[in-house]
Design a binder for this molecule. Structure first.
Ligand code: NAD
Length: 363
């Protein structure tokens, strides 16, 4: 395990993306976003993704330095083409358009199609919450057929994340942000690189047997080699039985079909995230500000629940991420040896020097 301080890690990852053609600003934006996911404790969506993003740029699956194209633009909604730009570039552009429209009219919906991987969706809810807006995000990951629907053993759905952000007056927002699969694919990747083990029954084999073995998703793989989920025979399971599987279906239909990205299909050649997001200005719906007080009162009520045996405290969505961030900002981001080796290999591959690597992780 290596632990790397935040700023040197951002600088290294930014340099890697500059090495594959991103502008300095984009390299830094992608790096901050990935490191931000590590800070939030979602290592599955952090810098572990660097080698795959580099490979995607090289294969043309991600196009550096893109700006969204407005296909439809009305006062209350917009349909945007992400043009396979880095998700960390086109998603914040889409959210900014949503914020602008919502500030003007109180409510807006933005469909973003064909974005590169947008990472931790909660980051985009946090961006809206920082402007005091509620947001609801339905996302699919088209081209990434990984999840078996409830009752099935074959892959049909992506890990299709769902996210809601609720701003709080003078406090940190509520951010509910999760994959509708029992685990995000990245968590299988983390487990395959010697990180945290998968929860029981996260995967299902073609024979219907439940498993936690990442080889079921990636097939046989070496520690440093790429993880190719087309090589495995099994599937991730949807969370929450028929209810989670149903929510995943809705994310495919709204995040995928309605945005124009397309719901997940096996014959799609490029990965893309589609995001359908609804933005609401609570101040316009509730000029008396009852909402703010009610949010506070209710959260206090929830947090005051007597904890179950072995649980130190009842938390609300967004709290675990903030606590982890405070800890990792101070102590640095821990990376498994395999993850660090694969990032180092990507850095060398794009021409960074050994000195640049050892600046990030002094021996
Ligand atoms: P997860 O299972 O860790 O759940 C996270 C959510 O649960 C957060 O809202 C968190 O605050 C809340 N939470 C966690 N512990 C809690 C507790 N004890 N009490 C109350 N709330 C608690 O998340 P996941 O499903 O592994 O998803 C990880 C990340 O992967 C998310 O950021 C998601 O957006 C991202 N993702 C992205 C894609 C994509 O294609 N871009 C696909 C799938 C997932």
């Amino acid at each position: 395990m290596v632990t790397i301080k935040v700023e040197p890690l951002v600088a290294l990852v930014a340099a890697i993306f500059a090495g594959v053609g991103s502008s300095k600003e984009e390299g830094e934006r992608v790096a901050r976003s990935l490191v931000g996911a590590n800070l939030a404790g979602h290592d599955s969506h952090g810098v572990i993704r660097v080698p795959r993003y580099v490979a995607w740029v090289e294969s043309g699956e991600i196009v550096p330095n893109q700006t969204v194209q407005r296909l439809i633009d009305t006062p209350s909604f917009a349909v945007l083409d992400g043009r396979y730009g880095f998700g960390q570039s086109v998603a914040p552009q889409a959210v900014a358009i949503g914020i602008e429209k919502t500030k003007a009219s109180g409510l807006a919906a933005i469909a973003l199609r064909d974005a590169g991987h947008i990472g931790r969706v909660g980051e985009w809810a946090e961006m809206a919450a920082a402007e005091k807006l509620v947001s609801v995000h339905f996302v699919n990951a088209s081209g990434s057929v990984l999840v078996a629907p409830f009752g099935g053993v074959e892959r049909r759905i992506s890990t299709a994340p769902f996210c809601v952000g609720i701003p709080r007056e003078g406090d940190e927002p509520i951010v509910l942000d999760f994959a509708t699969s029992l685990v995000a694919e990245g968590k299988v990747m983390v487990a395959s690189q010697g990180g945290k083990k998968l929860p029981d029954g996260a995967l299902i084999g073609p024979d219907g047997k439940l498993s936690i073995d990442p080889a079921l998703l990636y097939g046989p793989h070496t520690p440093e080699g790429p993880r190719d989920h087309s090589k495995g025979e099994g599937a991730i399971r949807a969370f929450g039985e028929h209810k989670g599987s149903g929510l995943a279906l809705i994310c495919e239909l709204l995040g995928g079909a309605l945005t124009g990205t397309g719901a997940t299909r096996p014959d799609r050649d490029k990965f893309a995230n589609g995001m359908f997001a609804i933005y609401i200005d609570p101040a316009r719906f509730d000029p008396t500000h009852l909402f703010d007080g009610e949010v506070d009162r209710y959260l206090g009520y929830i947090k005051g629940t007597k904890p179950a045996a072995g649980v130190p405290e009842v938390l609300v969505p967004g709290e675990p991420e903030r606590r982890m961030k405070a800890e990792r900002m101070k102590n640095g981001v821990p990376l498994t040896d395999d993850t660090w080796a694969s990032i180092s290999a990507a850095a060398r591959h794009v021409g960074l020097s050994e000195a640049q690597l050892s600046q990030a992780a002094p021996r």
